[in-house]
Write a protein that binds this ligand. Structure first.
Ligand SMILES: *[C@@H]1O[C@H](CO)[C@@H](O)[C@H](O)[C@H]1NC(C)=O
Ligand SMILES: *[C@@H]1O[C@H](CO)[C@@H](O)[C@H](O)[C@H]1NC(C)=O
Ligand SMILES: *[C@@H]1O[C@H](CO)[C@@H](O)[C@H](O)[C@H]1NC(C)=O
Ligand SMILES: *[C@@H]1O[C@H](CO)[C@@H](O)[C@H](O)[C@H]1NC(C)=O
Ligand SMILES: *[C@@H]1O[C@H](CO)[C@@H](O)[C@H](O)[C@H]1NC(C)=O
Ligand SMILES: *[C@@H]1O[C@H](CO)[C@@H](O)[C@H](O)[C@H]1NC(C)=O
Length: 269
């Protein structure tokens, strides 16, 4: 089944099928990864990424569970990479969003998730636990293949490809997003997905939960933040059928987030 977009959704979607089209999400000038909006169930959006092209993000590992520390250190590592600390000594254009992920890295290149299991999950989200964050910049589409992407010459920075055709449920929100905000929105999204019987990606999936931040700190108004939860791609068509094109303001049953990024696995279990 061909999942073409309704015209009214085209503003957020990537138009056309030209390979390596430069796409923009919330800015006319800053490049963002192309994606296709499959549908908008109430309260979130289903998007497909890396459908026609390979899409890459940098992956700067920061050996800290403190979100703020990870955000700063991760940003600096990635900034060094795009400022020329790479195999081509190339200055790479700034893009958006900056993404934050947590996953167990078994390949040895930093990121040992073994401390995660003992994490105290009841202490709110401001605890600093050993696990680490992976902070990424979107790699401009002009680098078409992995071979084209300049190799990072910054410690603990690697390049990661978005899984081909990955489908994410996306929840968007504004403001200066704190860790608590991201946690709360993730929780709300996961609740909605459960309500809608949508299958969330396996616990081992490195793209299972992604936090995306689109604006520099200098942008005061109309900021854009997103939580992405990876879902079963085959279900996307069914979600569309079920949801119609219902768009509307949602009344979310607010819950105090006793929940943080470490809880993600228990939350969706
Ligand atoms: C991929 O290509 C198809 C048709 O060739 C197009 O309809 C779709 O929008 C493209 N998707 C993305 C994410 O670029
Ligand atoms: C990058 O810069 C370093 C140090 O200045 C130099 O040794 C290296 O040859 C340069 N590499 C390229 C691909 O220009
Ligand atoms: C890390 O791996 C352990 C054991 O395989 C698992 O229980 C835990 O949930 C994983 N953590 C993350 C963030 O994937
Ligand atoms: C990860 O943690 C385990 C258990 O503490 C340890 O045996 C292993 O060497 C660690 N791996 C890395 C890459 O640090
Ligand atoms: C790279 O990650 C390892 C953990 O895997 C850490 O011990 C090391 O300090 C990190 N290096 C830098 C420069 O951040
Ligand atoms: C989800 O599944 C349950 C149990 O099968 C069913 O009762 C419920 O109606 C489903 N909800 C949706 C939105 O499809």
């Amino acid at each position: 089944m061909k999942l073409l977009l309704v015209a009214s959704l085209a503003a957020l979607a990537c138009k056309g099928s030209v390979a390596r089209e430069v796409c923009h999400q919330y800015s006319d000038t800053i490049e963002s990864p192309c994606n296709e909006v499959i549908c908008r169930p109430r309260g979130y959006e289903i998007r497909r990424y890396a459908a026609n092209n390979t899409e890459f993000f940098t992956d700067a590992f920061v050996d800290s569970d403190c979100f703020l520390k990870a955000a700063t250190e991760g940003f600096n590592k990635n900034y060094a990479y795009i400022s020329g600390k790479n195999s081509k000594n190339e200055t790479i254009p700034m893009t958006s969003p900056v993404i934050f992920r947590k996953y167990n890295d078994t390949s040895g290149g930093g990121g040992n998730g073994s401390a995660d299991e003992t994490a105290d999950l009841t202490g709110g989200s401001e605890h600093c636990l050993a696990h680490g964050w992976h902070v990424g910049f979107f790699v401009p589409s002009k680098y078409e293949t992995r071979g084209d992407v300049p190799v990072p010459e910054v410690e603990n920075v690697t390049i990661a490809a978005v899984p081909s055709g990955a489908v994410f449920a996306v929840k968007t929100f504004g403001g200066f997003a704190s860790e608590r905000d991201f946690n709360r929105k993730t929780h709300e999204l996961v609740c909605r997905l459960k309500r809608d019987n949508v299958t969330i990606a396996d616990a081992g999936d490195k793209w299972r939960a992604v936090w995306a931040s689109y604006d520099s700190p200098f942008v005061i108004f109309h900021r854009h933040n997103e939580v992405w939860v990876k879902i079963d791609a085959d279900e996307a068509a069914l979600i569309r059928l079920d949801s119609g094109d219902e768009v509307g303001d949602e009344e979310v049953e607010e819950e105090e987030p006793l929940w943080n990024a470490q809880d993600f696995n228990s939350e969706v279990a």
